[in-house]
Write a protein that binds this ligand. Sequence first.
Ligand code: DC
Length: 233
Amino acid sequence: MKKELKKIIIAIDGHSSCGKSTVAKDIAQRFDLRYVDTGAMYRAVTLFALRKGLIKGQTVDADTLQSKMEEVEVLFKKNPVTGIVETFLNGANVEKEIRTLEISSRVSVVSTFGFVRRRLVQLQQAMGREGGLVMDGRDIGTVVFPNADLKIFMTAAPEIRAKRRYDEMIEKGEQVDFNSVLENVKQRDFIDSTRAESPLIQAPDAWLLDNGHLDRSQQLFLVVEKLKELGWL
Ligand code: DC
């Protein structure tokens, strides 16, 4: 008998800018599952801290941020016109603000704090209680859903990932140069994989997907094959 796909939990982890959200959205759309972008949640907390004046350069006033964490409410809503899931911070749509280089260059630091992670992991686990979702991030298969039905660990060479993010930002009209984007990607890899709290590591039971030379339809094809192999389709 086939397993019940509408209850599946798919955890996607991996390096920055390797297209986790693209594959996650594609899977969610194809199988009518919810998509949760946990990076957006860490980005929203970073935006919150910036707006409160709690970040100077790379230094965060952790004590004040911790005391204000209860005030942070992050949720996702589907845009009824475009069908795209957007991020809301305390009731306001912040989807655009959280994708800037200003946020990208500070989010790794904010996400090293245990009090930030504990709060967001709690929210993420609550979102997954009913199953039926694809969640992407850095610790989904290791911390948030260690019993996920399918764990995917994605990666690609830093230069390929930087080029993708650079193209994306240029398309959105941001003023950036390639080398600072590459630097940011490498710096985030380093911080993400060496931090003490929930570092980015491949779970032993995760399936490795290097999409450096795969296009969007090829990577989705491989995931579909994987789901068949595991008896979900
Ligand atoms: O996926 P992203 O690039 O939008 O993530 C932004 C940052 O958030 C990334 O540098 C690491 C952090 N993050 C995390 O620590 N844990 C997650 N589950 C998701 C993101």
